[in-house]
Structures are given as structure tokens and as C-alpha cells.
Design a protein around this ligand. Sequence first.
Ligand SMILES: Cc1cc2nc3c(=O)[nH]c(=O)nc-3n(C[C@H](O)[C@H](O)[C@H](O)COP(=O)(O)OP(=O)(O)OC[C@H]3O[C@@H](n4cnc5c(N)ncnc54)[C@H](O)[C@@H]3O)c2cc1C
Length: 527
Amino acid sequence: MSLEKPMLDDAERAVLGRYFTNLDQPVFALRNLPEVVKGALFSRYSRTEKSLRQVLLDEFIQAPETGFAELVGAAPAAEDNLLATRRAEEFYDRVLVGYGDDSVAELAGAHLAVERVSTLAAKALQDSRIGISPLEKSTRYVRFDRPDAAGRWPYHRGPELAHPVYERALDALFGTYSDLLEPLTERVRQRHPLEPGESERAWKTATRAKALDLLRGLLPAATLTNLGLYGNGRAFEYLVTKMAAHELPECRHLADDMHEQLTQVIPSFVRRALDDRYGRPAAERMTRTAMAVRELAPAAAVSPDGPCVHLVDYDWNAERKVVAAALFPHSNLPLADLGAADVDRVLAALLSERGNRRHKAPRALEHAEYTFEVVANFACYRDLQRHRMLTQDRQVLGSELGYDLPPDLAGYGFDGPFEAALEHAGAAHRMLERARGPVLAQYAVPLAYRVRWYAKVSLREIYHLCELRTTPQGHPDYRFIAQEMFKRVREVHPRLADYARFVDLGPGDELERRNSERRLDEKARLA
Ligand SMILES: Cc1cc2nc3c(=O)[nH]c(=O)nc-3n(C[C@H](O)[C@H](O)[C@H](O)COP(=O)(O)OP(=O)(O)OC[C@H]3O[C@@H](n4cnc5c(N)ncnc54)[C@H](O)[C@@H]3O)c2cc1C
């Protein structure tokens, strides 16, 4: 059964038309809505299968208890808004031309919804680090096996992928995911029955999340997802140009769609994104450069390796640098004269008061940097790629590095069909790679297959990433990678690592979401 209504009726269109730049396309911008509603709507992307337009209708407009009518009543009428936008545009045009300062394009932004795009395209959109805040449908809370209105599994199809093997392979993956989800959820519930004092909601959500976590590796990189992007004009301009230069045709089409919708809400800011003077030539240069570098890149056959984290580079003098940077703002000496201080005492003064992981590590820790090379499954990469305060890049996703079988799956007796589906998909990928090339063949690779990427990370971000990503409710795959990253840092710089006290090196919870869901119930009780 498809959750998307095939079409909105006339009355619904009349209501919704005011709030979106279009009602029929997968890419659209939000307008005439208070900021708080736009934020709330985007936050729903992580938990719902519905389009954002349907969410607005079902959960705001038709739910009087949300106070939507009063909130929007306070907003100007659509026509006033359009007029105001046009006037502001004229003003911004004058400022942009007159000041010649690109940073004024950071002073206004837009909420852009991008629905029914492949996971690969979502990764490309989320590759922007400054000025864009994305939120995407979660593989942990949302099932991905709802067919579309035509009864087809939700994965990207395009003329570039027309090949008899492609649809057969992807249909088989979705078929296995769908067949296993209910029986696996049932087994999880048998092993972890409802406990006294636990709400049925918390138990059902935690057990379903466990089953979805175990099966997500079957989803191919072509799987369609929904995401919201909130960003400033300057960041959107660069994102559109980068997407226009992307090697995937899907991303290049998205560049045009995004540009068209953004032009309706922040035209001055995205004017150059695809113009003949700046945007197009910049995109063409990016494409040419990528091709020229690719021709020089060596390649050889590799054999599969398990998930691993190698520390390939670090700063031997990091302690001194961090200490000097910590003392610098409090001293009148140059950096070069501050490294001789007592490392233990300065680090204790700087960090020993941290009471929880939200007590951020200070800026001085950015003076120590670590370069990691990671091999892990693509689902894990998909999660960790979301960190922005670091430099990272990946290689093409393929099948040669092998795949991960979730260890718990064997305990539930479902490893056989899971592994068979991955093996078939691997063979299909190799066939497509020969027929369509490695870049397009990525679409057919299930998320359980491994990819290699590098991450150059400062110690400050190590604190943040490793403390956040090792919490016991996290997915075991990224917990493992974050734990390994932290161990590598601790091996070379024990004193610097010592104050990352909220990194959890324990085994994690077997039913990862159980405690979090119970805490949510507790919060709701106290609210
Ligand atoms: C348990 C869990 C569940 C998740 N579920 C989902 C989900 O369902 N859907 C989804 O899309 N994502 C999900 N995520 C990913 C999450 O939304 C973040 O994108 C990811 O964890 C990166 O965290 P970060 O932004 O704190 O870190 P980084 O990007 O590494 O940033 C480090 C810190 O810099 C600051 N910072 C960085 N950028 C900005 C900015 N633009 N504005 C202000 N401050 C900034 C913040 O203090 C931030 O903590 C989940 C993450 C976890 C841990």
C-alpha cells in the first residue's frame, strides 16, 4: 500500500498552494509559514514516510490543537508576502551589486524540501558543510518498503540505469527487506518482551527500530529518501553549482530543480548559481578537473577486509600546540614561546571541569589533528558523513571490499536470506559495473557493502564525534568506528584523550533504543 495520496483534491490544493512553491514536484521550497512551523515540519522528516505537504495537512492544518491557524494568522497574507519579498529582493540586488560582498548572501535563507531522491543523491546534498542544515528520513524509525502509487519499490530509476539486471536486482533486495521485516520484528519482541512499567509505545518503537537497524544493510544506495535542507543563500548558491557538476545525472537534474524552486523564494542569492558568467563555467571547471584527476589515479585489485580504522597521520607535537593555543589568549607572548608550559596542569585547568558531553571542548583542541582511513559499511558512512567540522571524502561504492553481516542477525535466525540477497546484489553490481561503469553501478550496491573514506579530524571534533557516536543507544556499526577512532587517538596522545570522559567504550545496549524511548515517556509524563 502506498502512503502517498496520488493527488491532492482541489480543496487541499487551494489550502496548500499558499505554503509551497509547487504541489506536484519532488523539490519545493516552503513559504508563508512561520519559522517555528518550518522547523517543526522539517524535523518530522526523520520519522515519517509522508511527503512534507501531507504532513502539513494532516498534522498541522487539520489538527486544531497545534494552534496552526493562530500561528499563520500572525503571518502576512500571501500577496503581502510576495510584495515584501519583491521589495526586499530589489534592496538585496542593490546591496549585492553595491557592496560587492558575498557575505550579505548569508543573511537570508530558505527551507527547501527534496523528496524521493536516491540515498546517493542525498549524500551529495549533505556533503555541504557550511551554511546548510539537513534532516533526512531515518532508516531506524521509518520502513523503506512502501511501494509508490504504481506499485513499484521506492528506488531511483533513470534512463542512465536502463539495464535488465538493474530492476531485477533491486526488486530482489526490497523483496527480501520486506519479507523479513515483520517476522524479524516478531522475533525481537519475543526475545525482548514488554517489561513492567514500560509503555507499549516505547517497547514497540524500540523493537521495531532494532529490526529496521538489522535490515537496513539490504537497502540499495538507490533507495529513495526525503530530506529537508535549511540553508543561507550563499550556501545554496554553491550547492546548486556543485550539484550541476556532479557525475550522477540525477544530481545534475536536481541542480536545475533546486535552482528553479529557490529562485521563487530567494532569487537574488541563487542568481549566479547556474548563470553563464559564474555558475556554469564553475561547474564545467569542476567536471573537467575531476576527470583530469581521475585519469591520473592508480587502481589495482583489492581483497575484502573487515571494518577498520587506521590512523594514517597525526601531529607528533600536538600536546605542545594545544597547550600554547590554550594559553595564547591569556598571555602577551607569541605562540612559539608558550609551548614549554606544564602540559598536565594546563590540560587540567582547560578540561577537568567538563560535566557532560555537551560541555564543549575548547577551541585550543583544534590545534591537534588526526587523519584516519576508515573501511566500514556504507550505512555507517551514511551516518558519519553527516559530521561537518572535519574534512572527509569517500571512494566509489562497490562490492570489492565485501559486506558486513549484522552479528545479531544470526541469533534471530535471519542471516541466511540476508547473506544470499547480498551475494546476488554483489553479482548484479559487478555486471552493471561492466555495462554502465562504476559510478552508475553504485546505485545497485546494498548499504551493507563496505566503502573506504578518509577523515581529517581535529581533537575538538574527536571529542564531539566520539562522545556522541558511542552513546549506548547508537547503531553498533558507527559505535564501533567511533570507538576505534578514539582508541587510536588515545594510543598516541593519552593525555589529550584523557578528558574525553564521555566516550563509551562498553558493548552498548542489546536493544539500543529501549532506554531512550523510556526516557521519552518520562519526559512526556513530566511535561
Ligand atoms: C542517535 C542519532 C540519531 C540521528 N537521527 C537522525 C535522523 O533521523 N535524521 C537525520 O537527518 N540525522 C540524524 N542524525 C544525525 C544528526 O542530525 C547530525 O547530523 C549528526 O549527528 C552530526 O552531528 P552534529 O551536527 O552535532 O556534528 P558536526 O556536524 O560534526 O558539528 C559539530 C558541532 O558544530 C556545531 N555546528 C556544526 N554545524 C552547525 C550549524 N550549521 N549551525 C550551528 N552549529 C553547528 C554544533 O555545535 C555541532 O554539534 C542522528 C544522529 C544521532 C547521534
